[in-house]
Every structure is written in structure tokens, then in C-alpha cells.
Design a protein around this ligand. Structure first.
Ligand code: FUL
Length: 683
């Protein structure tokens, strides 16, 4: 009998050990819906609607359904590309600010049902949903609360219209995973012919609570996005970047869509009351909608990877937009770019070097919460420390010296986000040396640092809202990425091309053809005063690897231009430097181009400094021969410039002139107009 006693005792002790209590959650915590969503991480946006055909970013609302006429529309192509890129879902602009709707809504005539596409019998939401389901993608709906077409916008009746349409969208197309409410609302518009400015009280007009209830009733699993959530929040910029410190906690009741100073809330708050994680949105081109003139401005691989690391790598999801073109297809260049990105993500995370390492912690809570959980690929198992032990360290021994440059950490946020500060060290001859550090972790945090070698590393959890509760730790060696060179030109027309690192060879072309390694080598600055396209790439002669090409489209050099303003700072508007700007008290820029020029348009780069002021929202462009009589050749709005301050490209009927005037009719914030850079278009 006695020989059974010992094993029995062991068994009893083991079962006692299993009773280690889990750590107390630290509110706010994500709900079931948010837990399912946070795993998606990477998904895509489809901006395709009337703007695609009117070549605008924000249609005025006076467009005609006849204009909507894609020739080769194929939603399956979108879904295939998204799937191949590793995206988990797609969100489509069912209705943008111009009010046109992609489904045959019973509540408006401003829809595909009155367009030539599919003889008016088409339902693009249906086609989109079917394609997504076929490729195993989740389906999301973007719906603009602002409607520049609807006659009732600004009145209570419009809210009923909005809810009726949402009911159609959320009833007829099966499961929806995200409903995207844009924060832009109120302003000028056609409004059924009224043609006026309609301001709404952004806080109260929409009565959001009732709309939220409706969405919940129709789609209980759908995440609702807006500046303020309630389920997922805007990251506060349209660059696709979250912040090094990003909390999923938000003082939600203080935030509303379209509020001023949203950027103050964009990082979330340590003591935020609600769980409202961040979503970073960005377009693969400068604009959200397709413009042929941006065909060569598709983001480069280094730019896309920067976005990846600054969003997914900083506790945010990532929503990348495809501006579907007038054919109704994702452009070939966009497809190439996103697939390159997908391949690079795979390459960077091909092998988790921590897999073979032995893990050790200087504190462990006990049975069920061992340090091995950090390495098991299971988000739901975690390592944690005894109550109140906020500071702790986890050591990894790789068994031999390895090279690496990435650290990936996931917090088990289902029990609340905690870590406020952590660091990474490596052992060098018995001492610990710091490699990198971070503040918040959240669902996923990736630290990047230069290539480094070590056999042993240590992650120190230095400060937190409570004890660290960590799901996974990974270590990777991402292969280096060659950055395309930077091409710039002085106002005098001297072009220089710079590689990001020394030791790289540069090859270039100025005739519009693609540069090739070994052909035309860059040996130094050269002159180019006439309009031309310069393309260049770098080659690493050690590996033979070449970067993607970079491209610059130059128009006339600005050497002979004279500014007609006594303020000597005005030169900053034409100094070919994007980071300088000029504030014009008279709200206009007047230039003497030195000679008669055949003009086909102009470019306006809003100021790029951190605290923007005086972006031009509405402009007029005039030419003159004598400086007294001015002829207005263009007038309009710079759509979406507030959130997306990219270079504005305006083309008009060719006109010749020597004196030109870019006049600001209205700035975004009412401050005097600022000019980052002005340029002509002559070809
Ligand atoms: C913004 C809109 O105004 C843009 O046009 C675009 O749809 C972007 C995703 O959101 O607020």
C-alpha cells in the first residue's frame, strides 16, 4: 500500500499547484467582438465610387449617375489581390461624401440603379460581398455620414435616410465585420441644388447612440469605427502611422467624430475609460481615389514597410487602401506594390529565432503561467509574475551567438493593457548592454534596431499599470532593404541624387525610360532646367541587389522667377524644399515667371511642418500679362487637404502668361494662407 502514497502525494501537490489564480484584469478590457477583431491585424480599403469618374477626392454632390461607368469591373480581382497580400478583410466605400451609392437603395435615385453600369441592374455591394466570401475575406462597409448630394442634409430627416440605408446594407448582405463611419462632416455641397454651406453640430446632430444601437441590433459582431469608436478608433492621421506610445484605452466619452484637436486623443490614454483600439489607415497612393496622374506615385516598398512597422508594430491594426481605377480594377502597379510588401513581411518574419532559445524569468507566478508560454505560438497562454511584482525580466539563451534586428512582443491584452516601459539588452562579456527600448506594448509591438549579435538577451519590464502579462516574445533577423535614392533639384535646376547609405552605386535616366544597373552611372550633380522625368536606383555591388527605382517629375526650374511680395520669406514658397513654408498676409502668391510660359496647370504643396496652419481649402488661379488685368483660369477646392496634406495637382485648359497668382479663397482653419511649395505644370 505504502508505495502508492508517494505518487498520490505528488498528484495532490500538483493539483494544488494548478490552483494558481490568474492575474486580476485591469480595466478597460476588450470585449468578445474586439478580441476576434484584434487578430485580423491587416485588411484593405476599396475607394471606388463616383469620385473615381469625376477624378476628385471629395465630389461636390452634383455629379450625375450617368458618370458612373466602369468598363471592366471585377470585384474578384480585388479580393484575389487582397487575399494574396495576406489581408483578412476588405472595406468598401458604399457611400462617400458625394452621396452616390453603390447599391440599388430604395431611398435614393442617386445610385448605380440609374447608371449605365450593368444597364442599371448592377449591385456593386452584392458583387463585392460575393467576391470576398469566395476568397474567405471578411466584409466591411464604409458609410459617409456627410452627404453633399442629399437635399435634407443638416435636417433631422436626413438621419432617418441614413438609418434606412444602413438598415439595407446591414440586412441584405450577410455578416459585416466592420462599419466605418467617416469623421469628415458638414461643409459646402450641392444639397439637392441648394449649393450652400451646411454646418452641423458634430456632437449632437447625428444622435449616434441610436444609430449604434441599430447597428448592434442588425450586426451584433460588427466593429464600429469612427474618430471616437465606439469599438475601434481613428489613429489621427492618414499616413498609416500609430505612435510609439499607443494605448487601446480611450476617454471615449470626451471624443466625437470630427471634433477639433483630435490629435490630442490619437494616442489613447493610459487611464482611458473604454477599450477602443487604434486603426491606422493609409492609401497606397497619395489620394484615396484613383487619379491617372498618380500612377507613378504608388508607395515604394520601404514606404510600405515603414507603415507596417509603425502600425501593426505599434499596437494598431492596418487598413491599406486601393484606389480602384476607372476600369473597375486595382491598377497593376498597386498590385505589384502590395504583393512586394506581403513578400517582405513574410521574409522579415520567416524564422522566429526565439523558437530554439531557452527562456528564463526572474519571477514567475506559477503553474500555468510559466515562461515557456512566451514561446508556444499561442496568444492565449501567457507568462506573468506574482501580484504586485511589476518589474521583472525574461532572459533568452540561444545556445550560440546569433544575429538579429527585430523584437516582437505581445501583451495578453484580454486582461487589460499594462506595460508602460520596457527595454531589450544583450550580454556582452558578462555585462548587459541596452539594444533598444519602448513604452507601450499592447496587442503587438515590434522593435527595430540595427543588426546585432548575442547569445543571450534580456527583456526588462520596467514599469506598468500592473504586473506584466505577456503572451509571446519573438526574435527575428530581417534582411536589409535597399532604399531607392532621393532625387532633388535646386531652384537653379541642379539635380542631385542621394543614396541612403554610402558604398552604393547610383544609376539614372532622364528620358523617361527605366534606369538599369550598369548603364548610366551617376557621378555627381547635373543641370536640368526644362521639364523632365528623372528615375534612379541604387545597386549594392557586393550583392548585386538593386533597389526599386525612385522617380521625380520636374517642371520648369524656378531660377528666373520673381516674387511680387515685399516679405523676403516669400522665397520659401519656391525654394524646392518641402520642409519650408511661407505665410502670406495677403493670402496670395504672385509670381513673375520671367517670360511668357504656356501653362497647363499648377501644383500646391501645403506646408509640411508638424503644426499645420493656413492650408488653402479653396483657391483661384489667375494669369496676367501686365499685373493689372488678371484672368481667372481655375477655381475650386482642395479636397480632403486637412487630413491628407499631399501635393495638390490642378490642371486647366492651356493658357499663356508671365504673371501668375494663386489666391486663397478660404483656408482650413481661417488662418492666413501658407505655401509649402508652388510649381507650374507645362506638359
Ligand atoms: C477621410 C475622407 O474624407 C477621405 O476621403 C477618405 O475616405 C478617408 C479614408 O477618410 O476622412
Amino acid at each position: 500500500m505504502k508505495k502508492f502514497l508517494l505518487p498520490l502525494l505528488v498528484l495532490i501537490l500538483a493539483s494544488c499547484q494548478e490552483k494558481v489564480a490568474p492575474p486580476e484584469p485591469i480595466p478597460p478590457v476588450p470585449n468578445e467582438r474586439q478580441i476576434a477583431w484584434q487578430e485580423l491585424g491587416f485588411y484593405g480599403f476599396i475607394h471606388f465610387n463616383m469620385n473615381t469618374f469625376s477624378d476628385r477626392e471629395w465630389g461636390f454632390g452634383d455629379e450625375k449617375p450617368e458618370q458612373f461607368n466602369p468598363t471592366e469591373l471585377d470585384a474578384r480581382q480585388w479580393a484575389r489581390i487582397a487575399k494574396e497580400a495576406g489581408m483578412k478583410g476588405l472595406i468598401i466605400t458604399a457611400k462617400h461624401h458625394d452621396g452616390f451609392v453603390l447599391w440599388p437603395s430604395a431611398y435614393t435615385e442617386h445610385s448605380v440603379k440609374n447608371s449605365p453600369w450593368r444597364d442599371g441592374k448592377g449591385d456593386l455591394i452584392r458583387e463585392f460581398v460575393d467576391a470576398c466570401r469566395e476568397y474567405g475575406l471578411k466584409v466591411g462597409i464604409y458609410y459617409s455620414p456627410w452627404d453633399r448630394n442629399h437635399p435634407d442634409y443638416g435636417k433631422p430627416q436626413y438621419i432617418t435616410y441614413m438609418r434606412n440605408q444602413l438598415t439595407e446594407l446591414l440586412t441584405n448582405y450577410g455578416e459585416i465585420y466592420e462599419v466605418w463611419f467617416d469623421g469628415a462632416n458638414g461643409g459646402t455641397g450641392w444639397y439637392g441644388g441648394a449649393n450652400e454651406e451646411r454646418k452641423v453640430d458634430k456632437f449632437s446632430y447625428y444622435d449616434w447612440l441610436t444609430t449604434h444601437e441599430l447597428v448592434r441590433k442588425l450586426q451584433p459582431n460588427a466593429m464600429m469605427f469612427s474618430d471616437a469608436g465606439p469599438d475601434v478608433r481613428w489613429v489621427g492621421n492618414e499616413n498609416g502611422f500609430a505612435y510609439p506610445t499607443t494605448w487601446s484605452n480611450l476617454m471615449r466619452d470626451s471624443v466625437y467624430a470630427g471634433m477639433p484637436d483630435f490629435d490630442k486623443w490619437a494616442t489613447g490614454q493610459e487611464n482611458g475609460t473604454h477599450w477602443v483600439p487604434a486603426e491606422s489607415d493609409v492609401s497606397i497612393r497619395p489620394g484615396w481615389y484613383y487619379h491617372a496622374y498618380e500612377d507613378h506615385k504608388v508607395k515604394t516598398l520601404p514606404e510600405l514597410m515603414e507603415i507596417y512597422y509603425q502600425s501593426i508594430g505599434q499596437n494598431s491594426s492596418l487598413l491599406i487602401n486601393f484606389p480602384v481605377d476607372t476600369r473597375g480594377l486595382i491598377h497593376e502597379k498597386d498590385e505589384v506594390a502590395i504583393l512586394k510588401m506581403a513578400a517582405k513581411i513574410k521574409e522579415d518574419f520567416a524564422e522566429n529565432l526565439a523558437k530554439g532559445a531557452s527562456f528564463k524569468a526572474n519571477a514567475e507566478r506559477g503553474n500555468g503561467y510559466e515562461v515557456e508560454n512566451l514561446n508556444d505560438g499561442d496568444f492565449n497562454s501567457y507568462w506573468t509574475t506574482p501580484d504586485r511584482q511589476i518589474q521583472a525580466a525574461v532572459e533568452l539563451d540561444f545556445g550560440k551567438e546569433i544575429a538579429f534586428n527585430r523584437l516582437l512582443i505581445q501583451e495578453f491584452v484580454n486582461l487589460g493593457q499594462r506595460v508602460k516601459s520596457f527595454s531589450l539588452e544583450k550580454e556582452v562579456s558578462g555585462n548587459w548592454e541596452k539594444i533598444a527600448e519602448g513604452t507601450t506594448i499592447g496587442y503587438k509591438r515590434i522593435l527595430r534596431f540595427p543588426d546585432t549579435q548575442a547569445q543571450r538577451i534580456r527583456i526588462n519590464f520596467l514599469d506598468g499599470k500592473g504586473i506584466p502579462v505577456i503572451s509571446e516574445i519573438g526574435v527575428y533577423a530581417a534582411p536589409a532593404l535597399l532604399f531607392p535614392p532621393k532625387i532633388s533639384r535646386t531652384p537653379q535646376g541642379k539635380v542631385s541624387i542621394q543614396a541612403a547609405e554610402a558604398d552604393l552605386e547610383i544609376y539614372f535616366k532622364t528620358d523617361g525610360s527605366s534606369p538599369k544597373a550598369g548603364e548610366k552611372k551617376y557621378e555627381g550633380e547635373f543641370e536640368l532646367t526644362q521639364p523632365a522625368t528623372v528615375q534612379a536606383l541604387v545597386v549594392d555591388s557586393k550583392t548585386g541587389k538593386a533597389s526599386d527605382p525612385s522617380r521625380a517629375d520636374f517642371d520648369l526650374a524656378k531660377a528666373g522667377w520673381k516674387l511680387m511680395d515685399s516679405d523676403s520669406n516669400a522665397i520659401r514658397a519656391i525654394d524646392e524644399r518641402a520642409n519650408t513654408y511661407w505665410t502670406s498676409k495677403a493670402n496670395e502668391l504672385i509670381l513673375d515667371l520671367g517670360k511668357e510660359v504656356d501653362l497647363k496647370g499648377f501644383t500646391y504643396l501645403p506646408m509640411q511642418a508638424r503644426y499645420p496652419s493656413g492650408y488653402i481649402a479653396a483657391y483661384a488661379f489667375e494669369v496676367s500679362r501686365d499685373g493689372k488685368n488678371w484672368k481667372r483660369v481655375a477655381q475650386g477646392e482642395f479636397d480632403n487637404i486637412k487630413n491628407s496634406p499631399v501635393e495638390q495637382v490642378i490642371r486647366f485648359e492651356p493658357v499663356s502668361g508671365r504673371l501668375i497668382k494663386l489666391k486663397s479663397l478660404k483656408t482650413v482653419d481661417g488662418n492666413p494662407a501658407t505655401f509649402g511649395e508652388f510649381g507650374t505644370i507645362t506638359r
